[in-house]
Write a protein that binds this ligand. Structure first.
Ligand SMILES: *[C@@H]1O[C@H](CO)[C@@H](O)[C@H](O)[C@H]1NC(C)=O
Ligand SMILES: *[C@@H]1O[C@H](CO)[C@@H](O)[C@H](O)[C@H]1NC(C)=O
Ligand SMILES: *[C@@H]1O[C@H](CO)[C@@H](O)[C@H](O)[C@H]1NC(C)=O
Ligand SMILES: *[C@@H]1O[C@H](CO)[C@@H](O)[C@H](O)[C@H]1NC(C)=O
Length: 485
């Protein structure tokens, strides 16, 4: 099936005795780049990358590392994000401790991948992600659920939606009950758009979501923004050139999750987070935006002024986390009202919100689109800066202990239209046991080996024989996959 996924090259001569090889250093991937000023000039390419002799077709980003404190970063073993190279996108897994490539799949030829992460789907840890095309700012594709051997468990499509479109790229959430939640963007005609400066009879692209049992294909719940929100309560106004043909995208929902039987959603264009009744779909409360129900009790009144935000999640203890884009610019060097990852304290009785913590990018970034916020076990926070191709990790104090770029930080929109904006990033544990063999290549007196997404391999042995049909000799070279970098 899929080609080699983990990369390990072994440079010392094959004719060296075994023992020194066991303890000597092994060479693996190209070294990480540390001069990000040089990197950002673009001399290494718009997408600095490396390829592998033992895994033809696989491309890995050459990361620029602004900060990487090996001792302070969270020890969760793998880093997940979506990667794209020359029009082919893949879920990507790196080792957290040395940032080397573990898994990529360029063979499937996915146009856009987003949200790659491990979720427990119906009792089994699975690699889940969106794959499909991007139409303007929403997706038309499939929700993928892969098993430990990277085989397809489920491919989730909308059930009887009012559109031919597939699922959207923004969310793919596995519930505790074994179901999954997907978003679907529906085009609706005949909508009165005078409240946003549009025609009396116009077209919208509405946000909807469905909860589905992936094993039976049963639709368990469905919700449409147009049934509960007035189009005029958002921040976007009609733009003839942008909206007349394709429709006005007023709501733009970008996250949905299920919490205690209810649904938590985030609308970018309404700049609000809302809790919906899990049975009726009715709005229980709204936080932020024009319809806000809460009082901001933070010292500087900065708990509720989030805007165009992403990935709202409720945690135990009534805390809510999100990525606050805050502005419609891809700015660098921002000092006020920049993008941030935020943690809020809710009081649903008093209807108050306080700011617990906020995390800014060390380079003062404003991210126009995308982004994520993950709370790690150590208390650290992992942040994807979305349309700025960078991922950071912060201590509770806010200090960045990791700051890496997937490609030059130019402030352009390349990261959204064909470049590397990590829509979301996650650090997670994973046990990958691929069905395919490792890749191997011999060049001169060097043997190169790739690991194929296998996470449990500790040692390997290279066998040799003089006779192509004969039995292999005893291993004469051994390597430890952890010996590199
Ligand atoms: C990094 O690259 C820049 C631009 O090429 C160069 O001016 C600078 O000297 C380099 N810094 C280091 C530490 O090598
Ligand atoms: C990929 O890497 C090669 C070799 O370093 C470089 O020449 C090329 O420009 C890179 N591709 C992109 C799209 O940046
Ligand atoms: C559209 O909405 C506006 C403002 O609410 C209202 O005045 C107008 O009559 C509506 N048009 C139609 C065709 O319903
Ligand atoms: C920061 O954002 C607030 C609203 O969220 C706005 O009132 C204020 O003017 C902004 N400050 C600057 C310097 O842009």
């Amino acid at each position: 099936m899929k080609p080699g996924k983990m990369h390990f090259s072994f440079l010392p001569s094959l004719f060296l005795p075994i023992l020194p090889l066991l303890i000597g250093p092994a060479w693996s991937d190209l070294p990480l780049i540390t001069n990000c000023t040089l990197y950002d000039t673009g001399v290494l390419g718009v997408a600095p990358n490396q390829t592998f002799l033992s895994s033809p077709g696989i491309v890995a980003p050459r990361l620029c590392v602004e900060t990487f404190d090996k001792h302070a970063v969270d020890k969760t073993p793998f880093l997940f994000f979506n990667y794209i190279f020359e029009g082919v996108s893949t879920p990507m897994i790196l080792r957290s401790d040395d940032l080397s490539l573990v898994y990529a799949d360029f063979e499937s030829g996915f146009p856009i991948v987003s949200g790659a992460q491990i979720q427990n789907v119906a009792g089994e840890d699975s690699l889940t992600f969106y794959q499909g095309v991007r139409e303007r700012t929403y997706g038309n594709g499939v929700g993928m659920v892969l098993d430990k051997s990277y085989g397809i468990r489920y491919e989730v499509l909308p059930i009887d939606a009012e559109t031919d479109r597939g699922v959207d790229e923004h969310e793919f959430w596995a519930t505790e009950e074994g179901s999954v939640i997907v978003e679907v963007y529906e085009t609706v005609e005949g909508v009165n758009l005078t409240s946003v400066g549009g025609p009396e009879v116009g077209k919208i692209v509405d946000s909807t979501f469905q909860e589905i049992n992936p094993a039976t294909g049963e639709k368990l719940f469905e919700w449409r923004a147009r049934d509960h929100f007035d189009i005029g309560d958002g921040y976007f106004v009609w733009n003839e050139e942008r909206d007349a043909e394709l429709g006005f995208e007023g709501f733009h929902m970008n996250s949905v999750s299920k919490v205690d039987g209810n649904y938590l959603i985030s609308s970018r264009h309404f700049s609000l987070i809302a809790l919906l009744d899990g049975t009726t779909g009715e709005i229980i409360w709204v936080m932020g935006g024009k319809l806000n129900d809460f009082q901001d009790v933070s010292p500087e009144g900065t708990a509720l002024n989030f805007a165009f935000q992403h990935q709202a999640r409720i945690h135990a203890g009534d805390q809510l986390t999100l990525f606050d884009n805050h502005q419609l610019a891809n700015a660098r060097g921002c000092t006020v009202n920049c993008s941030r990852a935020m943690r809020l304290q809710l009081d649903e009785e008093a209807m108050t919100v306080d700011l617990v913590s906020e995390y800014f990018h060390p380079a003062g970034l404003g991210s126009i689109a995308m982004g994520s916020h993950e709370e790690l076990e150590s208390g650290n926070v992992l942040v994807s800066w979305g349309s700025n191709p960078t991922i950071t990790e912060h201590k509770e104090s806010g200090e960045a202990v990791m700051d890496i770029r997937l490609e030059p930080l130019t402030g352009s929109m390349r990261a959204f239209y064909g470049g590397n904006g990590p829509y979301r990033a996650f650090k997670m544990d994973w046990e990958g046991t691929p069905s395919w063999a490792p890749g191997i290549a011999v060049e001169g007196d060097h043997v190169y080996v790739s690991w194929n997404g296998a996470t449990e391999v500790d040692r390997w042995a290279v066998m040799t024989s003089d006779d192509p049909d004969g039995p292999p000799f005893l291993p004469f070279v051994r390597g430890n996959k952890n010996a590199g970098s």
